[in-house]
Design a protein around this ligand. Sequence first.
Ligand SMILES: NC(=O)c1ccc[n+]([C@@H]2O[C@H](COP(=O)([O-])OP(=O)(O)OC[C@H]3O[C@@H](n4cnc5c(N)ncnc54)[C@H](O)[C@@H]3O)[C@@H](O)[C@H]2O)c1
Length: 436
Amino acid sequence: MSDRYLDFANSGIGGWLTGALGLPRPLPLRRRVEGGATPVGPLLLGGSMRLSSLSHRLAERWGVELHAAAREDERYGGLIFDASDIADMAGAADLYRFFHETVRRLGPCGRMVVIGRPPESMVDAEGEAVQRGLEGFVRSLAKEARDGVTAQLLRIAPGAEEAASSSLGFFLSPRSAYVSGQVVAIGAAAPVQMFAERRRVLITGASRGIGEAMVRLFTTEGYAVTALDAPEAETDLRALVIQIGAEALSLDITAVDAVERLIHSARTAGGYDAVIHNAGITRDRTLARMSEAEWDGVMAVNLGAPLALTRALLGAGLVRPNGRIVAVSSLSGIAGNKGQANYALSKAGWIGAVRRLAVEAGAGITINAVAPGFIETRMTASIPFAIREAGRRMNSLGQGGQPVDVAETALWLAEPDNGGVNGAVVRVCGQSLLGA
Ligand SMILES: NC(=O)c1ccc[n+]([C@@H]2O[C@H](COP(=O)([O-])OP(=O)(O)OC[C@H]3O[C@@H](n4cnc5c(N)ncnc54)[C@H](O)[C@@H]3O)[C@@H](O)[C@H]2O)c1
């Protein structure tokens, strides 16, 4: 649905009025439709040289300029500061100097990426303190940023530099428009052999909202998509797959024969390279008033069924080697929410599940969660006006996200060369004030 305040604040009279009254003026975010799928240059690189050769190779691939020193009067599309070698308090001042001098040079919807190391890999307490401190620094930078600018911290383990290319591409590009203030750990991953055949993805809850955006984006990116939704959504599902050329699977994931039917479908497809658990429901009510059916229904759709399907697919070898599993969690699972004890448990449950399954899955398979904040869908359109407005504005970007923002993040996590991000929870919430 449309965001009337955002449209008004960016109109002629609205811009003048919000300026005169000192009201916030959130900028419409630049996504791939407006800005393309690769980083917008020029990029400025500062700090240690650990990622220098990788950054130069990537910049060449993306077709953008990369500067090793700020040029006078240049406006930058992105700033990358490699803080990997900072091991003491004195070194932290380099971080201050770099951003102090360059942060105003970023154009609208610019990107800031700080590279660090896992704090526990440092040799002493001061080193661990400073590397851990990067988290507070980046989150503050993201909160100070304006005009759609975002900031993230990538903690790259020693030896995992090559595995960071997919994440650098994502976080420096318009694809990550609604992701800010995130800390992503990247571990070493074996290089993946690329096959000529199309990668196959299963997406659940696919007929509308975030699922529909995923089906469209993955199809555009060349995936063969199996779009699953409940029988009640069959009309919409069929219309969608006919329009874009995907395959429909009409299945209630909580049905008694759901595992059997999915395994059959997966075998026929020759297994999946990616599985996106997006289907979800809410049955909101304070706990004292909540019926057992409301509790059980949410638990089954959001956690029990997708977990059982995941185990069955992994057990039958139907997630292909180097496969990617992505679960859609929620900010509610991180911060909790009044009236959502059932939903919050189910969504927080995925955070535990991905951590455990990341270790257990094997065969180069990764499993991660995305946690959307306020996304403009039918689910959020039904929220009462005042709460909806608060949800939209209480984040660093001053607006709600679009379904495509969650789809883009799932696509990045599903990339074949993104084997270094595993067991992570990445928020797609414009750095919501909720839940830290
Ligand atoms: N919209 C938001 O702001 C937001 C925020 C955080 C998390 N999420 C999560 O994102 C996901 C998608 O949300 P949305 O806003 O697009 O919701 P939506 O209600 O528009 O879509 C949910 C889809 O899941 C399907 N589904 C429900 N029960 C099913 C079942 N038993 N079997 C198969 N399919 C089933 C529905 O038919 C529907 O197509 C959900 O998991 C939701 O919890 C959404």
